[in-house]
Structure formats: C-alpha cells, structure tokens
Design a binder for this molecule. Structure first.
Ligand SMILES: Cc1ncc(COP(=O)(O)O)c(C=O)c1O
Length: 350
C-alpha cells in the first residue's frame, strides 16, 4: 500500500443515518427538516440551473451581505463552508495541529473527534453531567497549555440540553484569551430555553468566541450544504485560507438567500416542529418513559443497556433512529405521521 497516515486508517468513518428506501419506514436519524423545500427556494434554484457549468463565487457576496446585516457583524467576520461541519473542520485546521488539544463535551456531535484527529490534533472529550448537560467546570479544568479550541454545542447533539448564559459567562472567565471557544448552534432556531446562552451575544462580548450556524436544519437545506461561522475577522480570514475552494455552490448560496427571504414561512415550520417536540415528549412521558426536555429538533432517550433492544423494536415498527449502543437513542422530530409512528413504536418498547 502507498504511504498513508496511520491515524487515518484507524479513524471511524462518520456514520450516516440509514435511508428507509421503499420500506415505508421513517428516517428519524439525521435531524433533518421534515418539510419539503419552500416553492420560492425551489424556484430560485430552477432559475440558476442554467449556470451550473460555471464556478460559484467564493466570496458568496449576497448571502454574506444578508447574514452580516442580520447579525449586525462585518462581512469579514463571516466564513462559509459546505455545511457547518466543513466550517467546524476549518476551525480545527486553522487552530490546532500535531499535539494540540481540542476540548468538547461527550457525548456530542459525532464529527468532532473525527475532524480533530484528521487535523492531527488530540481530542479531549469531557463527559456530560448526569443530567446530560455540558460540564463546563470540568471542561475548564481540562484546559492545558496545549488547548487550542473548545466546542460548546448548544443545544447539544444528541441530548438536546442547553448551556445557560450564566454558565457560559462563568466558563469564559476561565478560558485563556488565546483559546477560541466555538458555540455550535446548529439547532439554535429550535431553542426555546429562555435561560440559554446565545452565541452572537457572546461573540459580541468576547474576542475569542466564534459561532457556527447552518442552513441544514431549520432552513431545510441539508442537501445543498451551507454553513458559516461568525468569527473574529483574523480567524474568519484563516478559515477562508483553509477552506476547500469552491465548496459552497451557487445553488446553495441562492437557496440560502431565498430562505432568508422566506423567514416568516420558515418560522411557522419551526413552530410546528417545536410543538411536535412538546407532543412527543408528553406522549413518551405518558408511556412512563423518562425523557429530558429537548431544545433541538430531536429527543434523547437514555436507554443504556436496553438500547439495542429498544432500537430493534423501533426498527421493527418502521422507525429508523440514531442508536448509540449502551448509551441511548436520538430520535429526530419528523412529520406528524412519523411522530405518531414513533410514539406507537415507543409504546411497544416500554
Ligand atoms: C451540532 C452539529 N453541528 C454541526 C452539524 C453539521 O451540520 P451541517 O454540516 O449540515 O451544517 C450537525 C449535524 O448534524 C450538528 O448536529
């Protein structure tokens, strides 16, 4: 075999949620938006299909201007990628190399430890508290002279728990000014916790905070791949340096702008998903399932040793969720029909 980095061969591949095919099952494993794309978004794409022989603009001028205005930041505070997972990768590559450490809560977004190791850096996972929340004091205690980057996933994937404003301020007091804290807000639009920290407020207050957002979840553009960081200008410039040229397509940029033009419609959809989340949680509790509140578009079942058994019941009942053997199962909030099926599957499992 030709030379390959040994660490890469040992990495687990990122696991995609299983596709239902034509089985009639519901895929609730990837936190996708259950609504089909808005007609105005589809129309904006149709208009642009005649240009797909051309490279996109790497500056993404329109979407940059819109997001800068929306968050009252400068265009040079923004860096884009093919999904926020690519921007997370840019953040790691720009900050951490061989022997450097990147701290994150665990369990959290599965890509963090993979991306950190791809960059040659060392993942430092810090266990969640017993009530499934970030243990920020323990994360602060894990900071060493080699720490280069810290992810705070708020709300956390897969537990749906938030970090409060007070907790994040107390944490920031303990983070050295040279260490960048990334508040990953992939699910921020579903976050109804009034005490939750809001990334942009921290970005405005601390020079070492960046925020990650995505168009994949609330905006329903997972298939087109667009995410961005709001970051200090020197960091954002480095993100652009490490980014893969032309990764963000013209179609993604157009769909994002069309989505920003349709926020009223999208926020109705978000409200529906949040209401469905409440209904699912109530339904589960009515079955006697112990389940914590979630502030994202999924719920987390701490099934522990029962995980494989419960998941098998879900699969048998047409629910494809994300099971972490020995730990728990994350189930995305889907359409009303899918959520009904999930509750019915849960009634079989408990
Ligand atoms: C916490 C978190 N961050 C980032 C992402 C990446 O999403 P995308 O690359 O589609 O923007 C995900 C996707 O599941 C996620 O859960």
């Amino acid at each position: 075999m030709v030379f390959q980095r040994e660490t890469i061969g040992n990495l687990p591949a990122y696991k995609q949620g299983v596709a239902p095919g034509d089985s009639g099952a519901f895929k609730l494993s990837s936190n996708e938006n259950p609504f089909s794309p808005l007609p105005s978004v589809v129309a904006s794409l149709a208009d642009a299909l005649g240009n797909i022989h051309l490279y996109p603009s790497m500056a993404a001028p329109e979407v940059t201007a819109r997001i800068a205005k929306r968050y009252d930041v400068q265009p040079d505070n923004l860096a884009f990628g093919a999904g926020s997972v690519e921007v997370a990768s840019q953040l790691i590559h720009a900050s951490a190399g061989d022997g450097d450490e990147v701290i994150f809560a665990w369990r959290s977004f599965e890509a963090y430890p993979i991306l950190v190791q791809v960059a040659g850096a060392t993942p430092v996972p810090v266990p969640l508290t017993a009530d499934e929340r970030h243990d920020l004091p323990a994360m602060a205690a894990a900071i060493t002279a080699r720490t280069r980057l810290i992810f705070v996933c708020n709300p956390n994937n897969p537990t749906g728990a938030t970090v409060t404003t007070a907790e994040l301020h107390a944490f920031m007091e303990r983070v050295p000014a040279e260490v960048l804290v990334v508040v990953d807000e992939a699910y921020v639009h579903f976050n109804t916790d009034p005490d939750s920290a809001i990334g942009i407020d921290f970005f405005n207050q601390y020079p070492n905070v960046a925020v990650l957002h995505t168009f994949s979840k609330a905006y329903g553009l997972a298939g087109l791949r667009l995410g961005y960081a709001i970051a200090p200008a020197d960091v954002a410039a480095n993100l652009r340096r490490v980014s893969v040229p032309f990764a963000v397509t013209d179609l993604a940029q157009r769909a994002a702008v069309a989505s920003l033009n349709a926020e009223a419609e999208l926020s109705e959809r978000i409200d529906t998903i949040v209401a469905e989340r409440a209904r699912v949680l109530l339904g589960l509790r009515a079955l006697g399932v112990s389940v914590a509140d979630s502030h994202a578009n999924f719920v987390w079942l701490r099934t522990g040793d029962e995980t494989d058994r419960v998941n098998a019941v879900f699969v048998a009942n047409g629910i494809l969720a994300r099971a972490f053997s020995g730990e728990g199962i994350r189930v995305s909030i889907g359409s009303v029909e899918a959520n009904d099926r999930f509750l019915q599957a849960a009634s079989q499992a408990w």
